[in-house]
Design a protein around this ligand. Structure first.
Ligand code: AMP
Ligand code: ZN
Length: 113
């Protein structure tokens, strides 16, 4: 989608610190890390947010979680990490392209702010 930051990152038009990519997803480090490990996993397909996940396009979410399990193992996070999706303005979504934050290697409080 034109003028979408994460579509441009997925296409390689805007540089990012990529960790993993395949034909369906891209994972890259967050530019403003909130933990010693903080990366994002996005579908290549433009889906504006979690509210737009349907029975037809939801297979990508399972793949994203499989990729998260692989990357966290590769980065030595063990089984300690948090996956976050912000959907909508009130929840803090600033980029309108579906993405999952993965935070690790520090203690994380609950509930979130
Ligand atoms: P959210 O607020 O949940 O929409 O998350 C958007 C995230 O994208 C934030 O954590 C930003 O720090 C991150 N971000 C914004 N621009 C870039 C970029 N060019 N490269 C990597 N991460 C980015
Ligand atoms: Zn997009």
């Amino acid at each position: 989608m034109e003028d979408c930051l994460f579509c441009k990152i997925a296409a390689g038009e805007i540089p990012s610190k990529k960790i993993y990519e395949d034909d369906r997803v891209v994972a890259f480090y967050d530019i403003d890390p909130q933990a010693p490990v903080h990366f994002l996993v996005i579908p290549r397909e433009h889906i504006s947010g979690a509210d737009r996940i349907t029975e037809e396009n939801s297979a990508i979410v399972g793949h994203i979680f499989a990729v998260i399990a692989k990357i966290t193992k590769d980065l030595g996070c063990g089984d300690d990490f948090r996956v976050v999706n912000n959907c909508g303005e009130l929840a803090g979504q600033t980029v309108k392209h579906l993405h999952f934050h993965v935070l690790a290697k520090r203690s994380l409080a609950w509930p979130p702010g």
